[in-house]
Design a protein around this ligand. Structure first.
Ligand code: URA
Length: 422
């Protein structure tokens, strides 16, 4: 077998055989297929797609490229959640301790942000002392003692995906359905959770721009989960406007703590509870009441213990950016649109995200929203606050917001439901 024949096959729209898929994933993991060859193949897949059978084999090969974790020694059923990524998506932070407070074990292996979408680990690293890297043994201890853990996936888990994801990010091949589905599901299946809830986002701030594409991605991933014995459910959710009122690392931690304290923005609370109910049902705990665990402080207790177990200080003040710049409403009326992608790009340019994997992020940088679509705004009153440590980035960041919001009348506004389907 050789890489060129595999690339040619996909370039010429032939389905890849099982042998071709197994060989290329194996050889790429071993380093005998070069990055330029894999990027040509990724582009051919992006352009010509893959059948469900090819995606299933590709996913199995990526799982087989590394180790599999095993949580069967835990006394509680495991439940995990994965979001396909969005702007202001801090849901994992309140969700993992909430579901643990209701009786499931939540091993949440999370990632860092790349491009305009934020990453859970970057957000949590805004908490002084908090550590993302845990050994497998320490991860099991935290799960046993606390019930939830949010940490980085070890190098041994789906290493083919690790290399391929970094390559896709710099070759314009991230937004390919077969590659997204296999990337996410290979990691989740290798992680060994009993059940999985997917938050598949649709809209300008998501990889899938339309609900139709998001539904196809969701169906593909649910089928992959079922193939491997993982009870998998997907919710389709709106990502045309940011979730909550903040996009940025420390800003989103602060908002998550508000939710854990029983407050916070209603959309973040709604989605946290919807995902919690699905996770608890998947874990065989359908009678648990997550709204109660949020209101009575049990979720907050688990949060505090989880942060402490990973070296963080839940009482430490969160970092703030050196500079704040307020943008005001251009006229009075109803905010009819606030675009998720533009806000994500703005936060990224302010320093909340990174351009390359190895870049640092500014913990205090980001965007604070003083109004959400449907809210009344008053001309000259604050609409958005931009936070950054690098004031010379402000002009470039503000340019991302050009045309991103509109103020009109109530008649111009159509509310989009947050939950688009299941
Ligand atoms: N998240 C992943 O882990 N992989 C993708 O391809 C896209 C989002």
């Amino acid at each position: 077998m050789d890489a060129i024949s595999v690339i040619r096959a996909k370039r010429d729209r032939h389905p890849l055989t099982e042998d071709q898929i197994d060989w290329i994933i194996d050889a790429y993991t071993a380093g005998t297929v070069a990055d330029e060859q894999m990027s040509a193949l990724a582009m051919a897949i992006f352009l010509n797609g893959m059948s469900r059978a090819e995606i299933a084999r590709w996913t199995a090969a990526m799982i087989g490229s590394g180790e599999r974790m095993d949580f069967s020694s835990l006394p509680r059923p495991t439940a995990d959640k994965h979001s396909t990524g969005g702007v202001g998506d801090k849901i994992t932070l309140p969700l993992a301790p909430l579901v643990a407070a209701c009786g499931a074990a939540v091993p949440q292996l999370s990632g860092r942000g790349l491009g305009h979408t934020g990453g859970t680990l970057d957000k949590l690293e805004a908490i002084p002392g908090w550590q993302a890297a845990l050994s497998n043994a320490r991860m099991m201890d935290v799960l046993r003692e606390v019930g939830s853990v949010i940490c980085a996936a070890g190098d041994g888990l789906a290493p083919a995906d690790k290399r391929l994801y970094a390559l896709r990010d710099v070759t314009g091949t991230v937004e390919a359905l077969p590659l997204i589905a296999s990337s996410i599901m290979s990691k989740k299946i290798a992680e060994g959770t009993d059940s999985l809830v997917l938050d598949v986002k649709a809209g300008s701030g998501a990889f899938m721009k339309t609900a139709e594409d998001a539904r196809e991605l969701a169906t593909t991933m649910v089928e992959l989960g079922a193939d491997h014995g993982v009870r998998t459910v997907a919710l389709l959710t709106d990502m045309s406007t940011p979730l909550g009122r903040t996009a940025g690392n420390a800003l989103e931690v602060r908002e998550s703590v508000e939710v854990l304290a029983g407050g916070g923005p209603s959309d973040v609370v709604e989605l946290t509870l919807a995902l919690a109910r699905e996770m608890l049902a998947g874990a065989g705990l359908p009678d648990a009441d997550p709204a109660r665990a949020l209101a009575d402080g049990r979720a907050m207790d688990v949060w505090r213990r989880m942060i402490t177990a990973q070296g963080g200080d839940p009482d430490a003040p969160l970092p703030t950016a050196r500079e704040q710049h307020v943008l005001t409403a251009p006229s009075s009326g109803v905010l009819t649109r606030l675009d998720a992608y533009a806000v994500g790009l703005c936060a990224w340019r302010l320093g909340a995200g990174r351009a390359r994997k190895e870049d640092p992020v500014q913990p205090g940088a980001g965007v604070e929203l003083h109004a959400k679509p449907g809210d009344l705004v008053v001309e000259g009153a604050p609409l958005l606050t931009l936070h950054t440590d690098t004031p010379n980035a402000l002009g470039y960041a503000e340019a991302a917001l050009e045309g991103a919001y509109e103020v009109g009348t109530a008649d111009d506004f159509t509310a989009t439901p947050l939950l688009l389907g299941r």
